[in-house]
Design a protein around this ligand. Sequence first.
Ligand SMILES: [Zn+2]
Ligand SMILES: [Zn+2]
Length: 163
Amino acid sequence: MRLEGSCHCGNVRFRCQAYAPVPFMHCYCSICRKTAGGSGSAVNLGARADTLEIEGREHLGVYQAKIREGDGGCRVSSARRHFCTGCGSALWLFDPEWPELVHPHASAIDTPLPEAPERVHMLLDSKANWVGVPQGVNEVHFAEFPEESLEAWHRRHGMLDET
Ligand SMILES: [Zn+2]
Ligand SMILES: [Zn+2]
């Protein structure tokens, strides 16, 4: 599915071809909620990196989060979170460990997205206390990461776009 996205001020516009366009996966980790999720979570989509076209590249900032380790150490995340330096909108995540993929934030997408038949709520162990998580039969909860990938979830629901 062809997706068009932009930041709020309009300095950055982008397009990409998404194999996983359904906004079903809500991440409540501290990085997502502080950098991209004012309501307490952020939603990532899956797209092919070689299809990403960017206008306004000079307005992009890149953030690599520092992640605290259990042993008290700290490492820098390989994931590069791209945002607009003019307005702060979170745009997409690119990780050179998976160079063929790019993960746009659903919040930056202007194209109407398919509605999710089931929603996944993950990294709930990192959730802020004031954030309510939707409950119900189609709301699936994980304390950490789910085992199923974005791609596998889309395939199971018959919503994978392989064009
Ligand atoms: Zn902007
Ligand atoms: Zn997250």
